[in-house]
Design a protein around this ligand. Structure first.
Ligand code: NAD
Length: 256
């Protein structure tokens, strides 16, 4: 892909799922990769996978909801590789399925802290550096739930609609400063996100909502590598006139 070779990319949530696939893809394209995750064990595993394939990667322990931690992440990229050209702001959580009136207040706050504030912290830290150094490209991970409502996912859907709005707004703010900002909206993807849900949940309602989520025209869920391809494209020079967009990568769900 044009324009990724020799550059530096940071990927949050790089220890698992979509983030791991994205980190590996950046590395395959010749970029140095900073793998950022709250889970040091899986984050370091991603680094090992990249290094075993002959590319450069560095792990940094990050909680995206904490601005200081995210600023450290950017410093690690600059210290390790001398630049920050791309960011995939991808870390996110799903705390469970519930009707809006049944959502626990702590769960609401926890989800918004990671999924929405965690995108803002990253943008704030990354944009300062990118704009000052002449540009870059950022991709935020939203969701199909950021484009349409999905029953049982009020806090998640609200956070992802927020990511879409942040993406549009920041793209406008930085359009003349050399930084493109886009998002992907994954459809259901084969990752660990559901197995990480907090609380016991109600298995019967989870089953209901999971089946609703996989109502996909292509009749299959995605593999994380299919998200990584879209991220690489949006960061590449081939997307040089694309900013402010959220690209559905969803097997046709958004068209339905
Ligand atoms: P995943 O659980 O496999 O990976 C998420 C990663 O984020 C994990 O490595 C986790 O440790 C990390 N993480 C969680 N909280 C963090 C924090 N506070 N700071 C730093 N890292 C943190 O899930 P995934 O499916 O790969 O999710 C990646 C993104 O894709 C999320 O934003 C998710 O909302 C979004 N998404 C996923 C799907 C899907 O079906 N899997 C669909 C739409 C959108």
């Amino acid at each position: 892909m044009n324009g990724l070779d020799g550059k530096t990319a940071v990927v949050t949530g790089g220890g698992s799922g979509i983030g791991r696939a994205s980190a590996k893809r950046f590395a395959d394209e010749g970029a140095n990769v900073v793998v950022a995750d709250i889970d040091a064990e899986t984050g370091r595993e991603t680094v090992d996978l990249i290094e075993d394939a002959g590319s450069n990667a560095t792990f940094v322990d990050v909680d995206v909801s904490d601005l200081e931690s995210v600023e450290r992440m950017v410093d690690v990229a600059l210290d390790a590789y001398g630049s920050l050209d791309f960011a995939h702001n991808n870390a996110g959580i799903l705390t469970g399925f519930a009707d809006v009136a049944d959502i626990d207040a702590d769960d609401w706050d926890a989800l918004l802290e990671v999924n929405l504030k965690g995108i803002w912290t990253c943008l704030k830290a990354e944009l300062a550096v990118m704009a000052e150094r002449g540009g870059g490209a950022i991709v935020n991970t939203a969701s199909e739930s950021g484009l349409v409502g999905m029953g049982g996912l009020a806090s998640y859907s609200a956070s992802k609609h927020g990511v879409v709005g942040l993406t549009k707004t920041v793209a406008l703010e930085y359009a003349t400063r050399g930084v493109r900002v886009n998002a992907i909206a994954p459809g259901p993807t084969n990752t660990n996100i559901q197995s990480r849900m907090s609380g016991d949940g109600d298995p019967s309602s989870m089953e209901f909502d999971t089946s609703a989520m996989i109502d996909v025209p292509m009749d299959r869920i995605a593999e994380p590598e299919e998200m990584a391809g879209a991220v690489a494209f949006l960061c590449s020079d081939d997307a040089s006139y694309i900013t402010g967009h959220t690209l559905p990568v969803d097997g046709g769900q958004a068209a339905d």
